[in-house]
Design a protein around this ligand. Sequence first.
Ligand SMILES: Nc1ncnc2c1ncn2[C@@H]1O[C@H](COP(=O)(O)OP(=O)(O)OP(=O)(O)O)[C@@H](O)[C@H]1O
Length: 208
Amino acid sequence: MTLSIVDLDKRLGGRLVLDAAGLSAARGEVVAIFGDNGAGKSTLLRILAGVLDADRGHATLDGASILGPRAAARARVGYVPEAADAPAHLSPRELAALVAALKRVPPPDEALLDRLGLRAYWDRPFGGLSLGQRRRSCLCAALLGDVRLLLLDEPTNGLDAAGVRELAGLVTERRAAGTTVLVATHDPGFAEAIGATRVRLSAGKLKT
Ligand SMILES: Nc1ncnc2c1ncn2[C@@H]1O[C@H](COP(=O)(O)OP(=O)(O)OP(=O)(O)O)[C@@H](O)[C@H]1O
């Protein structure tokens, strides 16, 4: 298995949001995580992205840990948060440059900019962009480098119909190239479009 999540616990606001949560996913597998509002889907993705610490447990990608900001495989993980936010004064170009520098990889190529339709607002500050424009910009940054695990939190929120189709196409391409994708979503149609395995987060556990 490429991705292995074992016994993750996370307590927030006095509640055990993740309770020995576990999941395995193969190279090129797409997993859609369903669950009620507040079930802990975003919490799980934030932990896997290294922006929130788990209380217990571990997660590895090809055997290397991804937990914590200095984890061995951190540069192999791409993450688009639910709010698709970035500091308001940064432009999509600057966000991409920052992520590229952190990951020590080249900035996005022209083909990716065209693919995601970013040129019209590439140099405008994030603070003045729509949710869909921010989401496309964050997706660009998340795809930089040799990403083996892509984490997408409610990725169809704020996207127009063409954007949803493009995203489905992009996920399908990435999975064919061997990237494992975890998607937190409330959208069964999108999960079907990307050929996802469905799991449900409930009472802190991931169930198939
Ligand atoms: N910083 C925090 N402090 C306290 N509780 C928090 C914090 N962040 C999240 N929570 C709580 O943790 C639980 C899980 O939240 P999370 O955002 O992970 O759920 P979700 O499944 O992504 O929900 P949704 O479908 O509404 O996006 C919720 O009960 C939420 O109120």
